[in-house]
Design a protein around this ligand. Structure first.
Ligand SMILES: *Cc1c(COP(=O)(O)O)cnc(C)c1O
Length: 478
């Protein structure tokens, strides 16, 4: 099942060689299938089928049309030769579910192919238990000491406008606990701001786009070019856009992280994450394995040892939600546009931050990158169309208490620290997701006290607007 990264020193018996030969044939067949068949499909077909084929189902899974959930801790081998070859990663194997599993395998391939859609090269994926685990998985390998016995200054460059959990991971776990400097980009749309932070001790550039919840954005291509000119990778958090609207690898990013918990698992059934990388990433870390196939490297080595793996049940639940990603994100984006326009002209709303609104300062930049995938092949559109996702935020006229009053009056919109759901959900970041980072941290990330983050669900937009309207007016009579 798994890819293989053979270690240097291993004694290969004739019995092992037989397994290796057989499995090399299998891998060659699979790679041909990816190249000749799957890579030629449109986005929706990849989302529906991924790498799970009729042949796979009939030969191995009793014809099950849905990818089976392999709730098994480990894999048994025919004999010692097969075990030895498998555990040396000489043949595809899933051996132990912390390392690999057939259910997570299909999830990983769907994710790799969707984030790699439209990119001519190859992509691979490592699943993780959550989005935070994905971020940890993506950044840690670049923060190693490169010289034994020598403590090195290490830094990374990333905007402060990011998810609250990411802010804490970077500030507390990396900076305060481990002395790794986070060089904060204050204006991510300004390329010089990024450039001025890079020096010989920089290990990677990182950015979220659009950012949660403040909707900041940057020019991916320009930042990727800058990173590469310093022999550094660009890591992008693509959670809010999803591959239905944006595929950063196509624009030069080396690695993408996903909190698949969000819009990829619209149902809200649980937590999941992923990192997706292209082949031959750029990095100043002297490791060929790390650079050649980063996602597979972390899957079989660092993550084997750290264990932030995804549960097979959750892999299939998320995979199932992802099959309709494109049409769902299109519908949610269109509803969000309607709701954003409504809020924008509402007398009790101070401002609306939604990249789809033409007067948003980053509207033009976002419009360069955020396109509904395959709209030109959709009979409804027949041409490229911009879409901006279902996350927005708005500031209530008045103070923090007035904002809480509006929030407390929502009847249908759920008060929860969540996003990406099929149901509309709202939160006040200052008292929830971005509470831990304090007032100063929020100021850096442009998160005022009167800001409500709203993630528009699949209800009819008329009903969402009615709920917003009554809450905005009810609050003012207090
Ligand atoms: C939620 C979120 C994360 C963290 O993902 P979890 O699955 O909750 O661990 C990371 N980045 C962004 C943009 C998010 O919204």
């Amino acid at each position: 099942m798994a890819e293989s990264t053979p270690p240097d020193q291993i004694h290969i018996t004739p019995g092992m060689q037989a397994y290796i030969d057989r499995n090399n044939e299998y891998l060659a067949r699979r790679d041909r299938y990816i190249h000749d068949v799957v890579k030629k499909w449109r986005f929706d077909t990849i989302a529906v089928h991924g790498l799970y084929s009729v042949e796979d189902a009939i030969e191995d899974y009793q014809g099950a049309i849905i990818e089976p959930v392999f709730m098994s801790s480990s894999q048994a081998y025919r004999d010692s030769d097969e075990m030895a070859a498998a555990l040396a990663y000489l043949i595809p194997t899933w051996c132990y579910s912390r390392i690999a599993n057939p259910s997570t395998y299909y999830y990983e391939w769907a994710m790799a192919l969707l984030e790699g859609y439209g990119y001519p090269g190859e992509t691979s994926c490592c699943s993780t238990s959550s989005g935070m685990a994905a971020i940890m998985t993506a950044v840690q390998p670049f923060l190693v000491h490169t010289h034994q016995h020598v403590r090195e200054d290490r830094n990374f460059v990333a905007p402060a406008a990011c998810y609250g959990g990411t802010f804490q991971q970077f500030k507390v776990r990396l900076m305060e606990e481990r002395g790794i400097e986070w060089r904060i980009v204050e204006n991510p749309e300004n390329i010089d701001d990024w450039a001025s932070k890079i020096d010989k001790n920089t290990r990677f550039l990182y950015g979220e786009l659009p950012s949660n919840p403040s909707m900041s954005f940057f020019d991916i291509q320009a930042v990727a070019d800058l990173a590469h000119s310093h022999n550094l990778p660009l890591i992008c958090d693509n959670t809010v856009a999803t591959p239905a609207l944006l595929r950063p690898i196509q624009h030069g990013a080396d690695i993408v992280v996903q909190s698949a918990t969000k819009t990829l698992t619209t149902s809200g059934f649980g937590m999941a994450g992923a990192i997706i990388s292209r082949r031959n990433i750029t990095s100043n870390i002297d490791s060929e394995d790390l650079k050649k196939d980063f996602a597979i490297y972390v899957k079989y080595l660092p993550n084997r040892d750290h264990g932030p793996n995804l549960h097979p049940m959750q892999a299939i639940l998320t995979l199932n939600d992802m099959r309709t990603l494109r049409s769902k994100v299109d519908m949610l984006s269109r509803s969000s546009m309607t709701v954003a326009r409504f809020l924008e002209q509402h007398p009790r709303v101070e401002s609306v931050q939604y990249l789809g609104l033409p007067n948003h300062p980053l509207h033009d930049l976002a419009s360069k990158y955020m396109w509904l995938v395959d709209a030109e092949h959709d009979e409804q559109y027949g041409k490229p169309v911009n879409r901006y996702g279902h996350l927005m935020s708005f500031c209530v006229k008045g103070d923090h208490q007035a904002t809480r009053n509006v929030f407390d009056n929502f009847k249908r919109i759920w008060r929860a620290t969540d996003l990406g759901r099929i149901k509309s959900v709202a939160t006040i970041p200052a008292i929830s997701t971005h509470q831990q980072q304090g007032e100063e941290g929020r100021k850096l990330a442009h998160i005022p006290d009167n800001l409500i983050r709203l993630c528009v669900g699949a209800e009819h937009p008329d009903d969402i607007m009615a709920d917003l309207d009554q809450a905005l007016y009810a609050a003012s009579t207090h």
